[in-house]
Design a protein around this ligand. Structure first.
Ligand SMILES: CC(C)(COP(=O)(O)OP(=O)(O)OC[C@H]1O[C@@H](n2cnc3c(N)ncnc32)[C@H](O)[C@@H]1OP(=O)(O)O)[C@@H](O)C(=O)NCCC(=O)NCCS
Length: 220
């Protein structure tokens, strides 16, 4: 049975998720934000509440949730996206994914229910997409690719056939990955990189061809 959906997080990614869910005919009830009075409403007229309001006001048996929090770094064990999924699942809530009507999705791909396929994305035959994966705007996943749980394939990134991406890895905006390459769990591929060789777990690479680099400390 279908239920109305509440989006957790209403920043930039959350509003893109809201738009995609509305475009696909989902009954959108509300979105959460840590400061509802400051949340930008692009004319969707959603009810903006806090996570605590959600827990107090909506039972886990009455609504589904969608993740509105994006990511710009690998999604590791302690990352916000994983934390919120763990927290709400432990309270009994269930998450839905997104299939934007403008995405081109092979009926012969194996896609987790909680994966988000955004506008203009392409998922080809034989691809496997794990749970809570984001295939962002216009990203392309070719035949037989395998994308691990919580990965984010950024806007316009292109994966040739048979590429494997380990859990939580981040594929930056517009990156290109050639056929058959393996990217390790927790790795980071910078925007615009061209990846022609395997990338190890938690390795950070950038450039064409992609080479390792040391990222600046976070929040620096
Ligand atoms: C790699 C990244 C994090 C920037 O890193 P940074 O350390 O903040 O980069 P800085 O701006 O300080 O630049 C440091 C150096 O790296 C270079 N550089 C930065 N980004 C680069 C990139 N994507 N590719 C190649 N070189 C890059 C800069 O030119 C600079 O070089 P220099 O030292 O020779 O002058 C950023 O480019 C990136 O890829 N972010 C991911 C974006 C993304 O996927 N967003 C998805 C949102 S939905």
């Amino acid at each position: 049975m279908s239920r109305p959906v509440i989006i957790i997080g209403f920043g930039g990614h959350g509003r893109v998720v809201a738009d995609g869910l509305l475009a696909s005919g989902v009954d959108l009830l509300a979105a959460t934000d840590s400061e509802p009075s400051r949340a930008l409403d692009p004319g969707m007229h959603l009810h903006i509440i806090t996570d605590e309001d959600l827990i107090r006001g909506y039972s886990a048996t009455d609504v589904y949730l969608a993740v509105g929090v994006g990511s710009i770094w690998p999604v590791l064990e302690d990352s916000l996206r994983r934390d919120l999924v763990r927290r709400f699942e432990s309270l009994g809530y269930r998450f839905v994914g997104l299939r934007h009507p403008g995405a081109i999705i092979s009926p012969h791909a194996d896609i987790s229910e909680t994966a988000q396929l955004h506008a203009g994305s392409v998922v080809q035959v034989g691809a496997q997409i794990g749970s809570h994966v984001i295939i962002n705007t216009r990203a392309s996943i070719d035949h037989d690719c395998r994308i691990g749980d919580f990965c984010h394939v950024g806007p316009g990134a292109t994966l040739s056939g048979g590429v494997e991406i380990g859990e939580g890895a981040h594929i930056g905006t517009g990156a290109a990955i050639v056929q058959g390459v393996h990217v390790g769990p927790g790795a980071f591929i910078a925007a615009g990189a061209t990846v022609t060789t395997n990338i190890g777990p938690a390795e950070y690479v950038r450039g064409t061809p992609a080479r390792p680099f040391q990222p600046k400390p976070r929040n620096a």
